[in-house]
Design a protein around this ligand. Structure first.
Ligand code: NAP
Ligand code: GCO
Length: 265
């Protein structure tokens, strides 16, 4: 086997919401594999923060301000990227939010906001890049799913509904566009130490670990939270030619959580 199959040389990768966190780590890995990095975030301050962070890593990334829930803005952004950088080979739908509210206390507006960012936006971004991928004869779409694509838990009804839907959107893009040599797969991270999960890991007043922190340690065979670097290899694989016959798959990178009943208290 030629290991160049794992290379991303000559490819243009657009990672949404990638000023920091999981998106940034994936972009860093793609750059190391040879890709040109394009990212967006929701405001200029975050884009500037991201540009500096990429520059600090020696990555000449292109950053744009774009709210991925705004279809007109996304269509315009893709046209700009195609003019200024080139046709997008790899889309990572990473941008996401979570609102941890008991369902019966959550407003419909709050529920819709999570669905808008975590499910409607991946549809909008994939719809914007697929026509050029068809013309080019190949494409890779990677949707960042979640444990909540498979499991529920208290207070994350909107997020679980969105991420469950994102799993099926992934399978449907595979089904509808696989004939054009477009592979659409998902990555399902376990519990990863990023700003999004910081509230679940806060030390208690007495210095003890957050109860949820202890819970995740007991639920994970690896007995640790994931870090963003744990996602880099799987993300490169799904973006590379090495996965050209992998389609509609959700690759869980969870340290074994989904396989494990949990450590006896
Ligand atoms: P994060 O630290 O909160 O970063 C999310 C990024 O998306 C932020 O830069 C955020 O900008 C951006 N964003 C939010 N709404 C946006 C919009 N409308 N348009 C453009 N950008 C937007 O989250 P993360 O932990 O890195 O998670 C990244 C992805 O992985 C999310 O889809 C999340 O659901 C998923 N995930 C995370 C974990 C985990 O344990 N951390 C596990 C499984 C899946 P702002 O700073 O302005 O919000
Ligand atoms: C939560 C967490 C999770 C993680 C991730 C797990 O409140 O349960 O935020 O949802 O973010 O999605 O895969």
């Amino acid at each position: 086997m030629n290991m160049d199959a794992f290379s991303l040389k000559g490819k243009i990768a657009w990672i949404t919401g990638a000023s920091y966190g999981i998106g940034f780590a994936i972009a860093e890995a793609y750059a190391a594999a040879g890709a040109t990095i394009v990212f967006n975030d929701i405001n200029q301050d975050l884009v500037n923060k991201g540009l500096q962070a990429y520059a600090d890593k020696g990555i000449d990334a292109k950053g744009y301000v774009c709210d991925v829930t705004n279809e007109e803005a996304v269509q315009e952004l893709v046209k700009t990227i195609e003019k200024e950088v080139g046709v997008i080979d790899i889309l990572v739908n990473n941008a996401g939010i979570i609102r941890r509210i008991p369902m019966i206390e959550m407003s419909a507006a709050e529920f819709r906001k999570v669905i808008d960012v975590d499910l409607n936006a991946p549809f909008i971004c994939a719809k914007a890049v697929i026509p050029s991928m068809i013309q080019k004869g190949h494409g890779k779409i990677i949707n960042i799913c979640s444990m909540m694509s498979e499991l529920g838990r208290e207070t994350v009804s909107a997020y679980a509904a969105a991420k469950g839907g994102l799993k099926m959107l992934t399978r449907n893009i595979c089904s509808e566009y696989g004939m054009h040599n477009i592979q659409c797969n998902g990555i399902g991270p376990g519990y990863i130490a990023t700003p999004q999960t910081a509230p679940l890991r806060e030390r208690q007043a007495d210095g003890s670990r957050h109860p949820f922190d202890q819970f995740i340690i007991a639920k994970t065979p690896a007995a640790r939270w994931g870090n963003t670097e744990d996602l880099q290899g799987p993300a490169v694989f799904l973006a590379s030619d090495a996965s050209n016959f992998v389609n509609g798959h959700i690759l869980y990178v969870d340290g074994g959580i989904l396989a494990y009943i949990g450590k006896q208290p």
